[in-house]
Each structure stands twice: as C-alpha cells, then as structure tokens.
Design a protein around this ligand. Structure first.
Ligand code: ZN
Length: 375
C-alpha cells in the first residue's frame, strides 16, 4: 500500500500507513502560514479490501466546522468525483473505503488542473472578441492571466470577475469555466446581449502559486490575497497589485469575486452593506441582483450566509469591499459550498464541478436584469 501526493496541488502527510485498517494522515499547512484544510492524495493498494482512514488534527484546521457533515471527494478516473461518507468527532475525520480499483484519488473538492486552466484561457481566446493577456508574474513565476471579452467602448459597462483568490476553493474554477462557456457561446443570446452593453474582464485564477502548491488560502509567501486590496505590493501580493492596477485604469461597474465556503452548506452572496459609501441605490442594486438569481435558479438562496457587516464596519482590505467602495459599484463575493447546497442535496456527488459550472452560467444570466442600473 502506498500513498502519493507528489503531483500538482497534492497535499498530505503520512503519519501511519502500514495496514489498510489503520491509515493516519495529516494535512500540511500553507507555506509560511498556519492555514490548512485542502488535501489531495492518491492511494495505490489492493482492491476490494476495506481501508480505514483517519485525517488527524482538524480542530486546528482553518475551518473546523467545515468537517461537520462533510463527505470526502474521491475518484478512480479523475473525471467523475463522487462522495465517500465520513464522520467527524471534533478533531479527526474518519472514512472507510473498499477500493474497486488499485489506484484511487481523494481530495477536499474536485481539483482543477493548471492544464485545464490553460485550455480554458486558450479556448476562450479563439472567440473573435476575446483577448488573452498576461498582466505579470507571481512570486513562483506563474502567469496572472486576464481575459478581456467584448469590444471596449467608453459607453459600455465594465464588469470584472475574479476567482481562486483562495486556491483550495476549486469550485471557483469550475464556476468560471461555466460562466465563460455561456458568455462566449455565439448561439446563446444571453452572452451576446451582455456583450452588446458590457466589456468583461475575467481573471479565472488569481492564485496559481497556491493552486499548484496545494494551499488552502494563501499565495507562495503565505499571504491571504483577500486581505491585500487596500495596500498590495509586488513583493508579497503581486497578484492583487497587478489586477488592481488594471481595474483602476478600466474602471469597474460590477465586480464578482468567486469563492467556496468550508462551513455553510448553501450557495450565497455577500455584499457591501458595511462600506462607508453604502446607500439606498447600492442596496437596491444588490437586492435586484439577488432577486434575479433567485428567479433563475433553485441553486441560490438568500436566507443562509455570513452575518451582515454593521454600517461602516466592512473590512476594506477584502476585494469586494475595496472595489465596492473605490468604484461605488455593485460588488459581491459569491460563495459555493464544499459540502452541498442543502436545498437541493445530492447524496452521491454533493456540491460538484457540474453544479458549479451550471451555477456560473446562471450567475452570468442574473447580470442582464441589472445591467441598465449598473452606472
Ligand atoms: Zn474564499
């Protein structure tokens, strides 16, 4: 029996793995950081034998409540990712598997590879009004890639959508893939209608270093990018620095920041109610967008989510708050679950790449009803 994590995004540490009935593992911290929660490893073993796993020391993980009612994601072919039931006692996550094949992958959520990310970028650029551009390099010398979609014109709204500030939240990449598919589909009138009135600036992966390293939350230097928006630097957060510079040049009329939430088993959005400039117009815009999304899909709800910030209490170092304040525009953090969307639960797959992709398409469609009000 062997356990591997020697691949892109891999993360596990073996404590004990001599007998299938007693496999003990730990998750490595993000580099220069205390955060840990993302895991991804491969088991090579004898099929049709029961294996007992214990994932240890989770009380000190980034989101201990994330393990409650969480089922492990697994795959034999790296295409279909299904759930393996797990039990959490407050510190240890236990799960039992009888592998059908000799090699089996386990992860916190369905991984999204760098190759697939490059395919996404380059298939997008084949569209006649999509341009792929590298804004600069990360600390590990990976690309910060921007897609500009639509013909720029002063009269058009500027819509910015970014994902994967937190690299362990891979559902954000699946969401981006769905959103781009719909926006670029020339037979889909939704995308065409949006592009008549807006230019889209899309950064599908804000944190390629963390993605490759198998981090949960930080970049190569252990920096949480979603706390860098007030004063980013090329030395520690070039990802935010470069994207922010471009935003200041283009302007922003709508901003979406795509994430996954470890603990809350629902899709939801978090808005700007705590920023200093929040007013009735901003509140009405937020409400109209949420109403549109509620109408479009049962995969969205607005009853469960984060506690709302008190007036003036927003953390302006976070992307959504900084952009909303800087540009006086509609800005949302979009959160998807690691577990499931409990209004439409799926015991076999839970929240999945396919549902993230479809949700990306639906969120795109919800922009159209508010487009005229954005500026
Ligand atoms: Zn996040």
């Amino acid at each position: 029996m062997k356990i591997f994590s020697n691949f892109e995004s891999g993360n596990i540490r073996i404590v004990k793995a001599e007998q299938p009935d007693d496999i003990r593992l730990q998750i490595n911290k993000d580099n220069q950081s205390e955060f840990y929660q993302w895991f991804y490893f491969r088991l090579e073993t004898q099929a049709q034998v029961e294996h007992n796993f214990a994932l240890l020391d989770l009380a000190k993980s980034a989101y201990p409540e994330g393990w409650k009612d969480y089922d492990v994601v697994a795959s034999y072919d790296r295409e279909e990712w299904f759930r393996v039931p797990a039990q959490f006692d407050g510190d240890t996550l236990r799960f039992q598997v009888m592998p059908e094949q000799c090699s089996m992958y386990f992860a916190y959520f369905a991984p999204y590879s760098c190759d697939r990310h490059q395919d996404l970028l380059h298939q997008a650029q084949m569209n006649y009004n999509c341009t792929l551009e590298t804004l600069g390099s990360t600390l590990d010398c990976n690309d910060i890639s921007l897609l500009t979609i639509g013909e720029p014109a002063d009269s058009k709204k500027k819509i910015w959508i970014i994902g994967r500030q937190h690299p362990g939240e891979t559902m954000a990449s699946w969401f981006m893939e769905g959103l781009l598919q719909r926006l670029l589909d020339e037979t889909d009138t939704v995308g065409r209608a949006l592009l008549d009135e807006a230019v889209f600036y899309i950064v599908p992966n804000m944190n390629p270093d963390g993605s490759i390293r198998g981090h949960l939350r930080t970049n190569a230097a252990g920096i949480n990018l979603n706390r860098e928006w007030q004063s980013p630097s090329l030395e520690q957060s070039p990802e935010v620095f470069l994207v922010r510079e471009r935003m200041l040049r283009t302007g922003v009329d709508l901003f979406l920041d795509i994430h996954g939430d470890e603990a809350i088993p629902y899709n939801f959005v978090a808005g700007c109610e705590g920023i200093p400039s929040y007013d009735e117009r901003h509140a009405r815009l937020e409400n109209n967008f949420k109403q549109a999304l509620l109408t479009i899909t049962p995969e969205f709800q607005d009853d469960y989510g984060y506690d709302k910030d008190a007036p003036g209490q927003a953390n302006l170092s976070m992307a959504t708050a900084w952009v909303g304040e800087q540009f006086h525009c509609l800005a949302f953090t979009v959160e998807m679950p690691f577990k499931d969307h409990n209004l439409q639960p799926d015991a076999f797959y839970g929240w999945s790449p396919e549902r993230s992709l479809a949700f990306g398409q639906d969120v795109l469609a919800a922009i159209r009803p508010v487009m005229a009000q954005l500026r």
